[in-house]
Structures are given as C-alpha cells and as structure tokens.
Design a binder for this molecule. Structure first.
Ligand SMILES: [Zn+2]
Length: 75
C-alpha cells in the first residue's frame, strides 16, 4: 500500500500493486508483456457498496493514459 496522487479522484489516495488477475487483464488490454509498474487506486467511491476508484497510474507518472484507465471490477 502506498499513497499516491490519483488523477481521477484529484487527491492523494491509497494505491496497491495489481493482483495477478488484474495484471493479466491489463496485459491483454494493452498488449504488453509486463505491467509491473502500475498501481491501482483503492479510494472508496461508494460507502454503501464499497465500490473503489480502480484508476491506474505508475509510480512515476500520475496520468500514464489519456483518457485514464480504470480497471473494471471482476465478475
Ligand atoms: Zn482514484
């Protein structure tokens, strides 16, 4: 867990590395072999459902994608 600025929340928020399923989904989406530099925003946007922001950034780049990529919640 690390605190980073989240571009879509427009605030510093807790981020964590991607889990294996998320990394696999992002590799597929980007057509890349490695996505180890990405962090996902864990800010809770809806307290009732616990829905999280899930916006992606890297350690050094707060906005690596334009428009931003938010990983979908797995089924
Ligand atoms: Zn966020």
């Amino acid at each position: 867990m690390r605190t980073y600025y989240c571009h879509t929340c427009d605030a510093d928020q807790p981020h964590r590395p991607l889990n294996a399923a998320e990394a696999a989904a992002l590799k597929e989406r980007l057509g890349r072999r490695s996505v180890h530099e990405f962090w996902i925003c864990e800010a809770v946007l809806d307290a009732a459902t616990g829905r999280q922001c899930r916006n992606l950034r890297t350690g050094g780049n707060k906005k690596p994608f334009d428009p931003p990529i938010k990983l979908p919640v797995p089924e």
